[in-house]
Design a protein around this ligand. Structure first.
Ligand code: ADP
Ligand code: MG
Length: 659
């Protein structure tokens, strides 16, 4: 069954070359019970690892059946190892966080034979541990652990069992139990190769090979009579070919997603704190992305809403130099506007559709025992159209009422709520700064822009405001609606010239004493500002997500190092590189995905809180939720890939030896 010819294996230890195998040749027939003996360091384990396909020789040939297995790929080796050989190690190498049964099941899972799980139960029962099946390794004695390891080596029903000093760490009684089990297995037809340096153990074998300095120095029957090296064995068998052809499926990755997933979840639960911390990193990142985007989106929407209510054909003329241009105005050079200016502007009817003067101030509004401080604005009749302020309930005031300085008022929704509550306001008398006003209408709801509530306002006739309420002689600003949007720039220029002429402004300083704001310009500025803000917020959030990703990578790298022996063991029982890669990748993605979901919940919750508490308008969009979730998955893959690759590349023997 086994035929090795001239195996060499040299280890490089710093400058020193350790020749662990120096031309070992041997044949082992099916059904043999062979003990390999020799001093420590004589190359026994190395030989066993090469025979067990855990390691490759530097040179030489190795036939399993009639196939030269030194020519197989890593993937094929993993498969053959999984199907043909069972390993029992001196240190047991059970996975600590799994029950005895789960440990015994592992080779089945890597063989893609999860449907045969009852085999693990059967093998555990055979080694006499039925009542300890659900115990973790640390709840078992050394002998019991080794029996679990034997059950594990048997679940795939391999023809060959390699045991490297299986009794080395055990007491006498356990030793006997183990050797009894191995003998029974041999009786059932298993080929057993055992490394030991104890004569009592070797005495149970039917053939003893002795090694020294990487060479076989004797190979005899336990009676010491037959020289085995000279015996010819039966003809070759088709062991390997059968497996490679039969298990084409397993070669493609017979392990099911559910198995990978279960392994990943088990690993995560084994390190709860660590998993929690990496999840936390992603959670904060994603929550920040969601909340920041929501704030940005909310700000954008409310500004857009406000801009829509402004109308794009709007020009606003104000005394004082434009501060938008960044030049501060000189004291005393302010042009003051009167009704005359409004009239002249209105006559410019090839450009101007309508114009309305405006004064603003703050005032105390009282109804019954309710009291509210609000903005009071005096405007002309055309203001209703011009600023989309046609009342939803009631009516606007008329030219007649402006002329007679009537004490009538239209109130915004906030004022309505604060002082009138559910009372029908139309016709009610309210006091504005001690003066009685009759409410004639409710203004349309406009919402808030950042901290500014546009519905917290009262509109009254301009004349009433100037002469009866505020005692102003001049107009604060003039709103001008241009006939169509294309004319705004031209209208701005014409108006500017008109005012310069009207007020006889001569010097540059004087010409600078008023400004005309073009709403479409302001719109553009505001839009680009909010866009920049959204981008900035998004960038900050993305950076925190990146940091979270690096956190995951860090944790995964630590976890690869810490679990090196686990990886070695998984490989020894038949996991291929892909199995390990996928397992670690799923672990990373799972953590970042959980973090992503929790982050979406937290971010959305925070956004709702911001809306409720700070009264900002905040909008969580579906696209930002999707974006953040997808991004967190990508972070998991990108940052998990490298550690997972590192893990999958480990050489099984070096990984098993890792301390
Ligand atoms: P045994 O099992 O007979 O005690 P081994 O086969 O484990 O001996 O080791 C044979 C020799 O090879 C020893 O000298 C050991 O130090 C060396 N050796 C084994 N594995 C390695 C390794 N991974 N790196 C360097 N030297 C090694
Ligand atoms: Mg050894």
């Amino acid at each position: 069954m086994i035929e090795a010819k001239n195996l060499y294996k040299t280890y490089q230890l710093g400058d020193v070359k350790v020749e662990a195998l120096q031309g070992v040749s041997l044949k082992i027939a099916s059904g043999e019970f062979v003990a390999i003996m020799g001093a420590s360091g004589s190359g026994k384990s190395t030989l066993m690892h090469v025979l067990g396909l855990l390691d490759r020789p530097d040179s030489g040939e190795y036939f399993l059946g009639e196939e030269d297995v030194t020519k197989l790929s890593d993937k094929e080796l993993a498969l053959v190892r999984n199907q043909l050989v069972g390993f029992v190690f001196q240190q047991f190498h059970l996975l600590p966080r799994m029950s005895a049964l789960e440990n015994a099941e592992l080779p089945l899972i890597y063989a893609g034979k999860r449907h045969l799980k009852q085999r693990a139960e059967k093998e555990i029962t055979e080694v006499g541990l039925r009542d300890r099946m659900f115990h973790k390794p640390n709840q078992l004695s050394g002998g019991q652990q080794q029996r679990v390891a034997i059950a594990r080596s048997l679940v795939n029903d391999p023809p060959i069992i390699f045991a490297d000093e299986p009794t080395g760490n055990l007491d006498t009684k356990s030793k006997e139990e183990i050797i009894t089990i191995l003998k029974a297995l041999n009786k059932k037809g298993k080929t057993i190769v055992i490394v030991t340096h104890e004569n009592e153990i070797a005495a149970h074998a039917r053939r003893i090979i002795t090694m020294r300095d990487g060479q076989i120095i004797s190979d005899k029957d336990s009676s010491g009579e037959t020289e085995h090296s000279k015996v010819t064995l039966q003809g070759p068998e088709n062991l390997v070919k059968d497996i490679l052809s039969k298990s084409g499926n397993a070669l493609k990755g017979g392990m099911e997603f559910l198995d990978y997933f279960k392994q990943a979840v088990t690993a995560m639960f084994a390190h709860k704190m660590r998993a929690f911390l990496s999840i936390l990193g992603i959670l904060i990142g994603v929550a920040a992305v969601i909340a920041m985007l929501a704030i940005g989106q909310g700000a954008k929407e409310s500004i857009e809403k406000q801009l829509a209510s402004l109308g794009s054909n709007l020009l606003v003329i104000m005394p004082g130099a434009s501060t938008l241009a960044g030049v501060s105005m000189e004291a005393g050079t302010t042009t003051r506007f009167t009704f005359n200016d409004v009239e002249v502007i209105e006559k410019l009817n090839s450009y101007v559709k309508s114009a309305s003067p405006s004064v603003t101030g703050r005032a105390q509004v009282v109804y019954g025992n309710k009291n509210w401080n609000t903005q009071v604005q005096g405007v002309g009749v055309s203001y209703a159209q011009l600023r989309s302020s046609v009342p939803t309930v009631g009516r606007f005031f008329t030219e007649e009422e402006v002329k007679t300085r009537e004490k009538v008022a239209l109130i915004g929704n906030t004022v309505l709520k604060e002082i009138l509550g559910n009372t029908n306001p139309i016709g009610k008398t309210i006091k504005i700064n001690q003066i009685n006003f009759r409410v004639i209408g409710i203004l349309p709801v406009k919402g808030t822009t950042g901290p500014q509530d546009q519905d917290d306002t009262v509109l009254i006739p301009i004349s009433t405001a100037m002469y009866r309420l505020m005692g102003k002689q001049y107009i604060d600003s003039i709103y001008v609606e241009v006939k169509n949007a294309d004319l705004t720039d031209a209208a701005q220029e014409v108006l500017s010239k008109l005012i310069i002429k009207q007020h006889r402004l001569i010097t540059d300083d004087q010409k600078d004493s008023f400004s005309i704001f073009n709403m479409s310009d302001i719109k553009k500025t505001l839009t680009s500002t909010t866009q920049t803000m959204s981008l900035l917020l998004g960038a900050i959030a993305a950076i925190s997500l990146l940091v979270g990703g690096i956190g995951i990578m860090n944790i995964m790298l630590v976890s690869v190092t810490e679990r090196t022996r686990e990886i070695g063991l998984r490989k020894a029982i038949g996991a291929n590189n892909r199995d390990i890669l996928v397992q670690f990748l799923i672990e990373a993605v799972l953590m970042s995905f959980i973090g992503g979901l929790a982050g979406v919940a937290l971010g959305s919750g925070a956004s709702v809180l911001i809306t409720l508490i700070a009264k900002w308008s905040v909008r969580v969009s579906l696209s930002s939720v999707l974006l953040a979730t997808v991004f967190s998955l990508v972070v998991g893959v990108v940052f998990g890939l490298w550690p997972a690759k590192q893990a999958s590349r480990l050489n099984p023997i070096e990984a098993l030896r890792y301390e």
